[in-house]
Ligand binder design. Structure first.
Ligand code: GDP
Ligand code: MN
Length: 390
């Protein structure tokens, strides 16, 4: 009996430790349950400005009008007249947190002319210049090689697979324009960088440096905030078409590419299988800050033309997000792709919400709002694993 008590105590302690160990592994993390507890959740790291900000030597002149230290860049929005209220709200957020300090011009694109009301009300929320551009018919129209009957049949199949917007032809046109047309608009002919903004998005953090200058000074090609999985049924032949293209043009693949990120099948094997070899991981392109010369490169132009001829913008529902992301992952130096962890951002239902005193109005580290399964859609852990946090 004298020995049994310490043995029992040791047994109990072992059980408690074992339970604690299991709890550490399987407990959902407080906010983002896509991170297992043994993985670090970088969104909770204290976040400041990135390294490599070289401000103009003396202050910098960002007053509205010409003769300033602004570089060659614009804020860019494709938007419908009916989305005026949402556009004003998004502009308001970006002006408050960033652009009132830098006064970069806004360029709005539409497939029909902007209304006078749209022009007046958008110009009223910024000191910067606003430009209103109509998209040429030949950039927006369904290309003549698309077979209308085949398109109609394909839409039925996509709808059965519950692909959102499959039966909205304008959505297919929008994705194609954002993939291969926007940078060909004459209004952007002499512009080098853009920041894409959609109606209704939110910006939460004060950003006190010129992000376009940051891109230029640090040779960045592309900046993102959110990385997601896509619906494989919207892109079953995108990766196979990409492989056909690469077989013809192996010379376009950058030696420091992100192929492992594009083809990961560890984290979500079923997605990779249904997308025929592509992880479906993509930069969420409703936010992008990028150098237009990437889209104007021969590699991207040839790639886009190959995809366009293959027809998947209409027979499937290829989004500009996977198309941009695959091209970047293959043809860009992955070290020129930057995660803007310090830019607090939301497009429903996902967030990038940094842990910084400069951020207000979002929950630090929260990724999704609404159903819990949405947290599983975060693909950033893969970007960090294969490429890093830059
Ligand atoms: P989602 O983010 O994928 O749900 O798609 P959205 O409806 O937000 O569309 C993406 C972007 O394209 C938004 O900026 C829309 O304003 C814009 N957009 C979509 N369809 C059209 C269209 O037919 N005409 C114009 N002018 N803009 C469009
Ligand atoms: Mn949107």
């Amino acid at each position: 009996m004298a020995i049994a008590r310490p043995v029992r105590a040791l047994g109990l302690a072992a059980i408690v430790m074992w339970c604690f160990f299991l709890w550490q592994i399987f407990r959902p993390s407080q906010i983002n349950n896509q991170y297992k507890s043994f993985e670090r959740d970088p969104m909770m790291d204290s976040t400041g400005e990135p390294e490599g900000i070289l401000r103009p030597a003396v202050g910098g002149n960002y007053a509205p009008g010409p003769g300033s230290d602004r570089i060659n860049a614009t804020l860019l929005a494709l938007v419908r007249n009916e989305e005026l209220q949402g556009m004003l709200q998004a502009m308001d957020d970006l002006e408050r947190t960033w652009n009132h300090k830098f006064n970069y011009p806004w360029t709005f694109f539409n497939d029909v002319p902007f209304s006078e009301e749209f022009k007046q009300k958008t110009q009223a929320v910024t000191k910067a210049e606003c430009r209103y551009e109509v998209i040429p018919e030949e950039h927006w129209a369904m290309p003549p090689w698309i077979n209308k009957d085949l398109y109609e049949e394909s839409v039925k199949i996509l709808k059965e697979q519950e692909i959102q917007y499959a039966d909205m032809i304008s959505y297919h046109q929008m994705c194609r324009w954002n993939s291969g047309m926007f940078y060909k608009h004459p209004a952007l002919a002499t512009t080098q960088y853009y920041w894409r903004v959609e109606p209704k998005v939110h910006f939460f953090c004060d950003v006190d440096y010129d992000v376009f200058r940051y891109m230029q000074d640090n040779n960045k090609t592309y900046g993102f905030t959110i990385n997601l999985y896509d619906a494989p049924a919207s892109i079953p032949t995108l990766w196979p078409e990409t492989q056909k293209f690469l077989a013809q043009h192996p010379e376009y693949v950058h030696k420091n590419n992100a192929m492992d990120w594009l083809t990961d099948k560890v984290r979500r094997p079923a997605h990779n299988a249904k997308a025929n070899g592509y992880s479906t991981c993509h930069f969420w392109t409703n936010f992008e800050i990028a150098d237009l010369s990437f889209w104007r490169s021969k590699a991207y132009e040839d790639y886009f033309n190959h995809l366009d001829r293959a027809g998947g913008f209409f027979y499937e529902r290829w989004g500009d997000a996977p198309v941009h992301s695959i091209a970047l992952g293959l043809f860009a130096d992955s070290s020129s792709i930057h995660w803007f962890r310090d830019i607090g951002y939301q497009h429903i239902p996902f967030f990038n919400c940094p842990n910084s005193p400069k951020c207000h109005g979002c929950v630090k580290g929260r990724f999704a709002e609404g159903a819990d399964w949405l947290n599983q859609e975060d693909c950033r852990p893969n970007w960090f694993k294969y490429v890093g946090m830059g």
